[in-house]
Design a protein around this ligand. Sequence first.
Ligand code: 5GP
Length: 210
Amino acid sequence: MNPFPIILSAPSGGGKTTIARELLRRRTDLGYSVSCTTRNPRVGEVEGRDYYFLSVAEFERRRDAGDFAESAEVHGNMYGTLRSEVERVLGSGKHVVMDIDVQGALQFTRVFPQSVTIFVLPPSAEVLLDRLRQRRTESKEQLAKRLQSALQELQAVELYEYVVTNDDLTKAVHRVSAIVDAEVVSRERVDGLRHQVSLLVRRLEEEIRN
Ligand code: 5GP
């Protein structure tokens, strides 16, 4: 099997982080790529598990050294995906779940064109607004920035291969999981398909001849 990256994007408050976490809990064939960010850790966040928290200078140094497969400014902070993280997970034979924004997703698919892209939609504007407001960690300005980028991110839905509406967490996780299962058996991803089919053909032709 050829493991591949699974990109989940959504407007802030779309619930993709929860979906990603739940998927990782349920499936042993998935791993997570821990991103780098220059934002401050929130209460309960752990270095190396939720993010690698870097200073702006360190982030820029790593970006200039070409360590990132993609990087973007989101809500006034820098975020980036380490090539080494993606390769570590793929190298272990697992698909790698990516929780990245729209700008980053576009850059990333150029570096890893075998990625599957999934856009997570909130079920309604009210739900999206409620989820955004419930984040008490945000200041007023941060919330305004998130609203603005949610607006922009929604416009990018057409660039994604799949869309999952997050009306119910369990259902949304099932849908994403079904996408992963379908992609594993999609024709372009099946290893040695030509060879497998040519063996079948040869055997059938032999049978016809005799
Ligand atoms: P948060 O600060 O709430 O954890 O994440 C804010 C936004 O940054 C989310 O939309 C999330 O998907 C995005 N994000 C997290 N990690 C990365 C990354 O490595 N690259 C990019 N481009 N965006 C990221």
